[in-house]
Ligand binder design. Structure first.
Ligand code: 5GP
Ligand code: SF4
Ligand code: MG
Length: 454
């Protein structure tokens, strides 16, 4: 998911939040929502679909505080009741919340709340957070947030607003990113810096793991969740590999630069030779450039991506999956024919897409397709907000390298090593990075119930 928040006296919070969400669209295409406050009252506008589909018109409500959310479902099914932000009326007035991440102890918290008489309108873990917030007896919102933080486990980058203030919160392990930006008259919070660029906000700094940032009339100040200081952090490496935009900067490192380095590391490790380096657009583009640069093999475009693909109706079944890939990608025959291709993509999850792409290139006359992946094999599910499927669906978990190569139909196949990946994400020490979907080393002890996924 993507989250955004703004506190700005221009009274255009709705419009600015719309722009912010538009820049974060890649983080979730299922639904979108905006909450606006004018200091007295709060209103939430939400719908299923892309930001431009949901907001054919910008909400008319004027306001100086806004938060927004684009959803990519992990927990909770894809239905309209599960759209964020969620708004609630507490003892201290209205509060709204937008959440990126996934809690790992939702079931036990929910059971406790249900036993206490609470009812739930959605199946989202985020509703647990807002219920816990609304029930806190603390007076200050910051203390309410700390109380909730002591109960919830797992991944959360939160943007919260009341009729007076905006809050940004990052879980103590810092799984998901959250940055602070500064406008002429106010402040912005966003999952990625790309959202700051669009509204001309200057990057200020990242919200730190375990930090609660408050933005109000007095400006910006921060407090810390002290009750739990983990021995290691768990910043998501997949953000750099695939999820974030290459024009964003996370923890001070350019995502583009990290991907370029993944490509360079691939050359160091694999040294696959060929006539051309090509990428699977768009997720493999930058790593392929890095590989071409250090290998000296020319970069060429082998697959053209249809810009108008958007979200398409995909029927289940292998034949339909193949049509879906072909709707999106088409080989450029003159670049492919007779060539020994070094093909670069970011990751293999189920393995179906890669297989279809290799067949497409061979049909277009490729002499060899040697596939390189700019991350290690995905072997374990993610419980922290990125949907990498169940373990039994992960081809890396159930098959050897040689079996995967055969299944995909590539002439050669190699993945980037964990060490190579860690070298590319140079801004985070390896011990503070989450690579659990590759190595099963989850940064915190998982509640066994937390592993149940809907
Ligand atoms: P698969 O191996 O499952 O057929 O497809 C892997 C491709 O899906 C990769 O090239 C990557 O760009 C993309 N991908 C990687 N992670 C995710 C994810 O979490 N969600 C979605 N929708 N696509 C992903
Ligand atoms: Fe990111 Fe993988 Fe960790 Fe999930 S398990 S937070 S996708 S590195
Ligand atoms: Mg891809």
């Amino acid at each position: 998911c993507g989250v955004f928040g703004i506190f700005d006296h221009e009274q255009q919070a709705g419009l600015e939040t719309y722009y912010g969400l538009f820049a974060l669209q890649h983080r979730g295409q299922e639904s979108a929502g905006i909450t606006i406050s004018d200091g007295k009252s709060m209103e939430t506008f939400r719908g299923m679909g892309l930001v431009t589909e949901v907001f054919r018109q910008i909400p008319e409500k004027e306001g100086f505080i806004g938060i927004g959310h684009v959803r990519y479902s992990t927990t909770g099914s894809s239905v309209s009741s599960n759209i964020q932000p969620l708004q609630a009326e507490g003892i201290n007035g209205s509060v709204a919340i937008a959440h990126n991440g996934n809690l790992t102890n939702t079931i036990s918290l929910k059971t406790r709340l249900l036993q206490g008489g609470a009812t739930f309108q959605t199946t989202m873990d985020t509703e647990v957070i807002i219920k816990l917030l609304a029930r806190s007896k603390e007076r200050r919102i910051e203390d309410q947030i700390k109380e909730v933080m002591s109960e919830i486990r797992g991944a959360y980058a939160l943007v919260v607003c009341t009729n007076h203030s905006l809050y940004g919160v990052r879980d103590p392990l810092g799984y998901r990113p959250l940055v602070i930006g500064q406008t002429e008259k106010g402040w912005v919070l966003a999952s990625e810096t790309a959202a700051l660029d669009l509204i001309d906000a200057q990057y200020y700094r990242d919200v730190q793991p375990g930090e609660i940032v408050t933005i109000d009339e007095e400006g910006l100040h921060s407090e810390w969740f002290e009750a739990y200081r983990p021995a290691r952090l768990g910043m998501c490496s997949f953000e750099y590999i695939y999820f974030a935009r290459p024009d964003s900067i996370i923890n001070g490192q350019s995502v583009y630069e990290a991907r370029l380095e993944m490509g360079r590391q691939l050359w160091k490790e694999a040294q696959f030779d060929g006539d051309v380096v090509m990428s699977v657009p768009d997720s493999g583009n930058v790593a392929a450039r890095g590989y071409a640069e250090v290998s000296g093999i020319p970069y060429s475009v082998g697959l053209l991506k249809n810009k108008y693909m958007g979200r398409t109706f995909i029927k289940p079944g292998q034949k339909n999956r193949e049509i879906a890939v072909r709707m999106k990608l088409n080989p450029i025959r003159c670049n492919v024919e007779g060539k020994r291709i070094v093909l670069i993509d970011d990751s293999i999850v189920r393995g179906t897409t890669s297989g279809i792409i290799v067949r497409l290139l061979k049909k277009a006359g490729a002499k060899e397709v040697n596939l390189l992946i700019s991350s290690p094999p995905v072997c374990y599910p993610c419980y922290f907000g990125i949907d990498t499927a169940e373990r039994k669906q992960l081809i890396g978990a159930t098959h050897t390298l040689e079996e995967i190569r055969k299944f995909i139909g590539a002439d050669r196949l190699q993945y980037l090593s964990e060490e190579g990946l860690a070298r590319a994400i140079s801004c985070i020490p390896k011990k503070d990075m989450c690579m659990a979907c590759f190595n099963g080393d989850y940064p915190e002890v998982l509640d066994t119930e937390g592993q149940k996924k809907e």
